[in-house]
Design a protein around this ligand. Structure first.
Ligand code: PMP
Length: 300
């Protein structure tokens, strides 16, 4: 089902009318900030998951580049809810984006904002909930002193694309990127976790991981479930020797990693902790578990 309306600079416009000029700096230089957010149907109707947290991250991404959002986060939150409602969606993917428009030069050009709702997320095909084979890409994650990986900026996905294309060409499903010191950062669009001796471990944001909303959700739910959660720098060997390995992200949910560089991880199938976390995550995103209602923003 295609959306009819897109929220663009303060109003709902027809899908075909949401156009930008080819000279816009967002297009030419990759200057923009965005979010990937999900709306899930549930017993109490559709609700957007952790909407305020996504928009806070959007604001921080822009601030990293000395940019202010052209609309406040309250307005953008209403925009997100309105595209779900006006398009008659219940389960859908939302893409709030702020990008630099056209003008004399990039320092004076205005920022634009849009929110697009689509029935499917940006992944090619359905999320691999049954498991994925991962590869450590030879392309490194950009560094904190080049393009800060803690922001979710449009241009930085060039780096993700190099790594993920390499993985797909080599017959893998998912790329995992190391930083220049050799430590694990992220997947091309996911956070990485391992389970080792019953503990759930993920690299710190300072290693070059994005502060993923799903990452945080999984950490909270795991801790509440009695699992020890730690942040620690991880090497590729830590992934090879883990009992379980998993990727998390808004579009993908939880993806069990069955092998890394063709080395089988654990039993080579989704492990018990991964399965438990997927269950817990599903419970809160749909509202079926009843826990953390504050994370679900109902679509009025
Ligand atoms: N890392 C990267 C590099 C990403 O692009 C994403 C997707 N936003 C994630 C991690 C997962 O973040 P989230 O759970 O907020 O979707």
């Amino acid at each position: 089902m295609t959306a009819k309306k897109i929220w663009f600079d303060g109003e709902l416009v027809d899908w075909d009318s949401a156009q930008v000029h080819v000279t816009s700096f967002g297009l030419n230089y990759g200057i923009g900030f965005f979010e990937g957010v999900r709306c899930h149907d549930g017993p109490e109707g559709p609700a957007v998951f952790r909407l305020r947290d996504h928009l806070t991250r959007l604001k921080r991404s822009a601030a990293t580049y000395l940019a202010s959002l052209p609309y406040d986060t309250g307005t953008l939150a209403q925009a997100c809810l309105s595209v779900v409602r006006e398009n008659g969606f219940s389960d859908c993917y939302l893409r709030p984006i702020v990008f630099l428009g056209e003008g004399e030069n990039p320092l004076v050009a205005p920022y634009h904002a849009a929110v697009v709702a689509t029935a499917e997320g940006p992944l090619a095909g359905p999320p691999k909930t049954s498991g994925a084979h991962a590869m450590i890409a030879s392309f490194e994650r950009m560094t904190v002193n080049s393009i800060p990986p803690s922001a979710k900026a449009t241009g930085q996905y060039l780096n993700a694309m190099l790594a993920q294309s390499q993985a797909l060409l080599a017959g893998f499903d998912e790329a995992i990127l190391l930083n220049s010191a050799g430590y694990v950062t992220d997947g091309w669009a996911h956070n990485v976790f391992i389970v080792r001796d019953g503990e759930l471990v993920t690299p710190p944001v300072s290693a070059g991981a994005l502060a993923g909303i799903t990452r945080d959700t999984v950490q909270v739910l795991a801790a509440e479930d009695g699992i020890t959660v730690r942040e620690e720098s991880l090497t590729r060997t830590d992934l090879y020797l883990a009992d379980e390995c998993l990727l998390t992200g808004t579009a993908a949910g939880i993806v069990p990693v069955l092998s890394v560089d063709r080395r089988q991880v654990g039993g080579g199938a989704a492990g018990p902790v991964t399965a438990r976390l997927a269950d817990l995550l599903n419970g809160v995103t749909t509202g079926r578990s009843g826990s953390h209602p504050e994370w679900r923003e109902p679509v009025p």
